[in-house]
Design a protein around this ligand. Structure first.
Ligand code: NAD
Length: 338
């Protein structure tokens, strides 16, 4: 029987992966996959990994030397993989391109609503029988302009949600969709016209720090930035400076540039060494969630089903419909080579 090493296991992953019948055996490891522990997969045929695993050339070499032939990402993003090295070492990479864009788009709106209407503050106040409203004023979303960067699966659903709230939507994407019911503009216009800016593009060499000091300097001072895509899209230090100087009004972040060592873990009993993160958490106009936008029952079920199907296809010698190839990722933005 084929064997697959599952890295960075959380109880909610295991629950869904164990429910599904499969022709191979899974061994669960709590460790995040990196070059220090990739040898845990020695003798396995495949490995399953996640967003914050460090899948660099060293990790890949150890996996390949240990017999792993296929790496199944149980996520959509793949910016943490060295594809050149995977290609050179004959390691195929598959992913789950869509599991629930609704989960992420809805969480994006949840962050915006919570931040704008200060629900997190009201919750803490009323639990302490503090029923005062001072400091809780928000603004109507109706009639405001949402600037959406990236109009793929998640971006399009978020746009629909914004329209349901009566917002005007402007968007930027180098690959625009046909017949949009919103206006495509360039990034400069996104910055200058938006009341809310939401990121829904992938992280790659072109989008790294797409929002930095220069972008913040062109925005309305009342703008809220929402990022449920990838932390590296925002220059965190520049964001912190823009927030501290009130250059922008607030930020709702589900992802963070340096999230790998802290997100998904309980660090409540440790001293977090990341001063930018600590300062961001301390600001009243910042709302942080720990990369949980995907976390719905529907998404977890789909992730488990598609990951298992990807592996079954590989072991059965069938075509890999969710493979990501080196050529596609080598400087391009096309995410799937089919
Ligand atoms: P998608 O591939 O359907 O859409 C991405 C869009 O971004 C595409 O339309 C593409 O043309 C566009 N794009 C590419 N380069 C761009 C650029 N330079 N500027 C603007 N747009 C650009 O992907 P999706 O399923 O909508 O997911 C979007 C992102 O959401 C993923 O890349 C992933 O990083 C993130 N994500 C986060 C979570 C979470 O839990 N927080 C879960 C899933 C996905």
């Amino acid at each position: 029987m084929k064997r697959v090493a599952f890295f960075d296991t959380k109880q909610y992953d295991r629950e869904w992966f164990d429910r599904i019948d499969k022709s191979f055996e899974i061994k669960y490891f709590e460790e995040k996959l990196n070059s220090e522990n990739a040898d845990l997969a020695k003798g396995f045929d495949g490995a399953i990994a996640f967003v914050n695993d460090k899948i660099n050339s060293k990790t890949i070499k150890i996996l390949a030397e240990g017999g792993v032939k296929i790496l199944a990402m149980r996520c959509a993003g793949y910016n943490n993989i060295n594809f050149k090295s995977a290609h050179e070492n004959g390691l195929k990479v598959v992913r789950v391109p869509v599991y629930s864009p609704y989960a992420v788009a809805e969480h994006t709106m949840a962050l915006l609503l919570t931040l704008n209407r200060k629900i997190h503050k009201a919750y803490n106040r009323t639990r302490d029988f503090n029923f005062a409203l001072n400091g809780l004023t928000g603004f109507d979303l109706n009639g405001k302009t949402a600037g959406v960067i990236g109009t793929g699966k998640i971006g399009q659903i978020f746009i629909k949600i914004c329209k349901g709230f009566g917002m005007n939507v402007i968007a930027y994407d180098p690959y625009p969709i046909e017949n949009p019911d919103f206006e495509y503009v360039d990034l400069e216009e996104i910055y200058s016209r938006s009341d809310v800016i939401s990121l829904h593009c992938p992280l790659n060499q072109y989008t790294h720090h797409i929002l930095g000091a220069d972008a913040f300097s062109k925005m309305k001072s009342s703008v809220y930035i929402i990022n449920t895509s990838r932390g590296g899209l925002i220059d965190s230090e520049a964001l912190l400076n823009a927030l501290k100087s009130r250059r922008i009004a607030g930020a709702g972040l589900d992802v963070y540039e340096e999230e790998a060592s802290v997100f998904f873990e309980d660090c409540s009993d440790t001293i977090v060494n990341d001063d930018i993160l600590a300062r961001l958490v301390s600001l009243p106009n910042v709302l942080l969630t720990s990369h949980q936008a995907f976390l719905t029952e529907e998404a977890l079920k789909n992730i488990a089903e598609i990951t298992i199907e990807n592996l079954e296809d590989y072991f059965a010698g069938k075509p890999l419909k969710n493979q990501i190839c080196y050529d596609c990722c080598n400087g391009g933005t096309t995410s799937n080579c089919g």
